[in-house]
Design a protein around this ligand. Structure first.
Ligand code: SF4
Length: 253
């Protein structure tokens, strides 16, 4: 099963395995968490911006109705690979309603996920295009598109309980891939707050960290156009990250 679009019904029952003390509000399972995310309005600046972008649109998408709400995580509830990006793109996920769907960053991400056997197709076009992820789950530091792709520290903190809840529910995760410094720092800060000791670690493309009691942490430059158009992140560099993630998952546990 893949989780992507809003869950229209009541929160699914029978999620007693998920630790309630880590889960915000009424959320007790991924479906309920996704619903809480979609309804969230903790960050007025971001909610206003997403709605405005959805109203004004850009010429190439002017005939489309934008999602313009918080974007929940997407992927396999049994995932062993957890990918953490920064935020929905204003005309990408904020338009389509699915993580990394409908923009250049998504083309890089889903292309790699397909190549390494985590996705059943290389392109992610819309949230109802039928794409399925296997063994991978995609999330973001904030679930609302920020102006200039820059969420404030307060907005990152406001959204962190959703990340914490996801990580608590995705109990099979063995590799966390942080895309960019903000994703890396947010993840490390969360784990420190939970009492883990990552030691002295810093963001670096291609770095691999083993923190006692936690999944292996990989870090990569974010596949934003700013990085991919300038050669900061090249296709071979990107491919290497996913080859390493795949190799880690293929290691006997
Ligand atoms: S960024 Fe996160 S906390 Fe802020 S409004 Fe969106 S979903 Fe809510």
């Amino acid at each position: 099963m893949n989780l992507s679009a809003p869950h229209p019904g009541p929160a699914a029952p029978g999620c007693a395995d998920h630790p309630p003390h880590l889960v915000p509000e009424r959320t007790r399972c991924l479906e309920g968490l996704h619903r809480d995310i979609i309804e969230c309005d903790r960050c007025p600046r971001l909610r206003t911006y997403c709605a405005e972008v959805g109203q004004t649109r850009v010429r190439r998408y002017r005939d489309q109705e934008y999602w313009a709400r918080p974007v929940p995580g997407f992927g396999d509830p049994e995932a062993r690979l957890f990918i953490l990006g920064l935020a929905p793109g204003a005309h990408g996920a904020n338009r389509t309603g699915r993580m990394f769907t409908g923009d250049d960053s998504g083309r890089w991400l889903y292309g790699a996920l397909y190549e390494f056997g985590f996705a059943d197709r290389p392109e992610s076009v819309s949230r109802d295009d039928g794409l399925t992820l296997t063994d991978a789950y995609i999330s973001n530091v904030v679930r609302c598109a920020p102006p200039g792709n820059k969420p404030s520290p307060g907005e990152i903190a406001a959204c962190r309980p959703f990340l914490e809840a996801e990580l608590a529910m995705l109990t099979r995760v063995r590799v966390v891939l942080a895309l960019g410094r903000i994703a890396f720092d947010t993840y490390v800060r969360l784990r420190r707050a939970q009492g883990f000791d990552p030691g002295r670690i810093d963001f670096r493309h291609g770095a691999e960290y083993r923190i006692p009691g936690l999944p292996v942490l990989l870090s990569s430059y974010h596949p934003s156009r700013q990085n991919t158009n300038t050669g900061v992140l090249t296709a071979p560099m990107w491919r290497e990250i996913f080859a390493r993630a795949r190799a880690l998952l293929d290691e006997p546990s």
